[in-house]
Ligand binder design. Structure first.
Ligand code: SAM
Ligand code: SF4
Ligand code: SF4
Length: 333
């Protein structure tokens, strides 16, 4: 088994299939930076489905069991079900997707038919005014809820719903969101607002801790902890005492989980990053297009993972947020 110097195995691969997004919510693509003149990657610089499938196949051989397609907004990538079909044909691999949900009404059926089984939809508030203020194109909450229903109807249940909580933005709507999904069969997970990229103007006082969120919910709908299912599970799990389902908190800021981080990320243009907060990635596209054989690529990846020392969230302070790093819209969550 391939492990890094801390003994962390390589288990999960996140693949960004596009750096574009049709929401541009302030969390990872603030409108001041990603406005109409922002230049996204040209098509030829983006990995093809064949290139992505080759990389995933090689990673599966090194122990990766879960691949998650992300972005940018992955449903903007043309013919995405074709990629899902190609990846689903690989043995022992769980294929998942994270989306803002806006295109799920049109695409859920084709994705499910192509072999997608697990889906995570981002929805930060049920309050339309807050939600519209957060995304740059004034999508409504109803559109995302419609997407969640379409995904459930296509057989993609149970669905995970991710909500990033930022103080002064959507923190007062946390309990409403929990109430909405309680008893729905879907699992809501609250994520602490992180200092991803260099453009979101993050400050520590904007972070609402997972504990604060749990306390707010527990005061109205009592909950109790559930044991985590496997090493490396990033969400701490809780269940409603009345039996109406589960929820989770992802405490990347107040209780980091770097010690169990088994994840690596491939950007849309084929750079490999071993941490969400890395400043540099290894250019796999150049290697793939340069005609490298499988063994050469595998050796390279083994070397990268063996020497991995990432633990950014364990050493985060307000000072470290000024360090250079890739944008989340470029590499996925
Ligand atoms: N566009 C898709 C979406 O929004 O689900 C996929 C890509 S998005 C970068 C992946 C996840 O990252 C989303 O659930 C989003 O809420 C989360 N995210 C973005 N910015 C974040 C931040 N600053 N802190 C924590 N999570 C963040
Ligand atoms: Fe787009 Fe998702 Fe980033 Fe929001 S979090 S700007 S929807 S990529
Ligand atoms: Fe993994 Fe880096 Fe996040 Fe730590 S900060 S959990 S090493 S991605």
């Amino acid at each position: 088994m391939l492990t890094d110097w801390k003994g962390r195995p390589l288990r999960d691969l996140r693949v960004s299939v596009t750096d574009r997004c049709n929401f541009r919510c302030g969390y990872c693509m603030p409108r001041e930076v990603f406005g109409s003149t922002y230049e996204f990657l040209p098509r030829r610089q983006i990995l093809s489905f064949e290139e992505i499938t080759r990389v995933v196949r090689l990673f599966a051989g090194l122990g990766v069991r879960k691949v998650r397609l992300t972005g940018g907004e992955p449903l903007l990538r043309q013919d995405l079900p074709d990629l899902v079909r190609m990846l689903s044909a690989l043995p022992d691999l769980d294929v998942a997707l994270t989306t803002n949900g806006s295109l799920l009404p049109q695409q859920s059926r084709a994705l499910a038919d192509a072999g997608l089984r697990r889906i995570t939809v981002s929805l930060d508030s049920l309050d339309d005014d807050i939600f519209r203020a957060m995304n740059d194109v004034r999508f409504s909450v109803a559109r995302v809820l419609e997407g969640i229903d379409a995904a459930a109807a296509a057989g993609l249940s149970p669905i995970k719903i991710n909500a990033v909580v930022r103080r002064g933005m959507n923190d007062q709507t946390v309990v409403d969101l929990a109430r909405h999904f309680k008893g729905s069969g879907h699992v809501l997970r609250f994520i602490e607002y992180m200092d991803v990229g260099t453009t979101n103007g993050w400050r520590l006082d904007q972070v609402v801790s997972g504990q604060e969120i749990l306390d707010l919910i527990d005061a109205e709908m009592p909950i109790e902890p559930v044991d985590s299912a496997y090493r490396g599970e990033v969400a701490r799990r809780w269940r409603y005492i009345d039996g109406e389902g589960e929820l989770g908190v992802i405490t990347s800021v107040t209780r980091p989980f770097c010690g169990d981080c088994t994840r690596t990320r491939l950007s849309a243009e084929g750079k490999l990053y071993t941490c969400l907060f890395a400043a540099y990635g290894t250019d796999l596209k150049e290697v793939l297009r340069g005609g490298a054989g499988d063994e050469e690529i595998l050796d390279m990846v083994r070397g990268i993972w063996n020497s991995r020392r990432d633990r950014y969230s364990e050493v985060r302070t307000e000072e470290t947020t000024g360090l250079d790093r890739i944008e989340m819209s470029y590499i996925g969550g």
